[in-house]
Write a protein of this length. Structure first.
Length: 228
C-alpha cells in the first residue's frame, strides 16, 4: 500500500508541474512592441537631405564686354581709374607701344596712396591690329633684359619681361606681360612711375618704394580673368 501511495503522490506532483508549465509557458523572447515599432518607423523614414552649401557669387569689379576680360574685386586699389599720361607714359594702348601701333586701353587699376610723387598701377590694353598682333610677343627697346619666362594669368600663358625708362627727374619701371588671346594682343603692364622725391624742396616722401609697389601690383594679377 505504501508503494502505491508513493506512486500516486509522484504522479500527482508530475501532473501538477505539467499543469503549471502549460498555464505559464516561459517565453523564448520578450518583445517590447513600442520600441520595435519606433525602430521600424525610423528605418522606413528617409533621413532629411542636407542642404548643399553653395559658394558665394562674387560680382566682377569690371567687365569689358568687347574682349570678355574681367576683374575680380581688388582691395586697396581703384578699378577704372586711369593713369595720367606723361612723357614716359603716353596715352597709348600699352607701355612702350611701337610707332603707329593701334589698340585700345581697356582698364587701369591704381593702388591706393598713389600721388604725383609716385603712382603704381596695372594697365590693360588690347589690339587686333595686324601689325600689333605680329609684334605682340616681341620685347620693346626699353626692356631691361631678356624675357623672364611665361606666367599664366587667368588661364592664359603670358610672356613676361621687365622694362623701364628715365628722363630728367622722371622715371617709369614695369613688369609687363603679353599674350595673343581671343584674336587680339593683350598687354598687361604693372608700372611704377613718378618724380624723384629729392627734386622737391623740401624733399617729398613717396607713398611706397618701387619694390613695395611692384609686390602690391603682382598681387593684382589673380584678379584678371576672361568670361569667355
Amino acid at each position: 500500500m505504501m508503494g502505491h501511495s508513493h506512486t500516486v503522490a509522484a504522479g500527482l506532483l508530475i501532473a501538477t508541474a505539467a499543469a503549471l508549465t502549460g498555464c505559464n509557458p516561459a517565453p523564448d523572447h520578450v518583445v517590447d512592441e513600442p520600441a520595435e515599432q519606433a525602430a521600424a518607423a525610423n528605418a522606413s523614414t528617409p533621413a532629411a537631405p542636407v542642404p548643399a552649401v553653395r559658394p558665394a557669387v562674387v560680382q566682377p569689379a569690371f567687365v569689358d564686354e568687347a574682349s570678355g576680360l574681367a576683374l575680380r574685386p581688388v582691395p586697396g586699389a581703384r578699378v577704372g581709374a586711369d593713369v595720367e599720361s606723361g612723357a614716359l607714359t603716353p596715352g597709348s594702348w600699352k607701355l612702350f607701344a611701337e610707332p603707329g601701333s593701334e589698340g585700345r586701353r581697356v582698364v587701369a587699376v591704381v593702388l591706393d596712396g598713389s600721388n604725383e610723387v609716385t603712382t603704381a598701377a596695372m594697365r590693360i590694353g588690347v589690339s587686333a591690329d595686324p601689325s600689333s598682333m605680329a609684334a605682340c610677343l616681341q620685347l620693346p627697346a626699353e626692356s631691361t633684359g631678356p624675357a623672364a619666362g611665361q606666367v599664366e594669368i587667368g588661364g592664359v600663358p603670358f610672356t613676361h619681361f621687365r622694362a623701364g625708362d628715365a628722363a630728367m627727374s622722371h622715371y617709369v619701371s614695369a613688369d609687363s606681360y603679353r599674350a595673343v588671346h581671343g584674336g587680339q594682343c593683350v598687354a598687361i603692364d604693372l608700372l611704377v612711375k613718378g618724380t624723384r622725391p629729392e627734386v622737391y624742396d623740401p624733399p617729398r616722401t613717396p607713398p611706397f618704394t618701387t619694390e613695395e609697389a611692384q609686390q602690391k601690383l603682382q598681387a593684382l594679377l589673380p584678379a584678371v580673368y576672361w568670361q569667355r
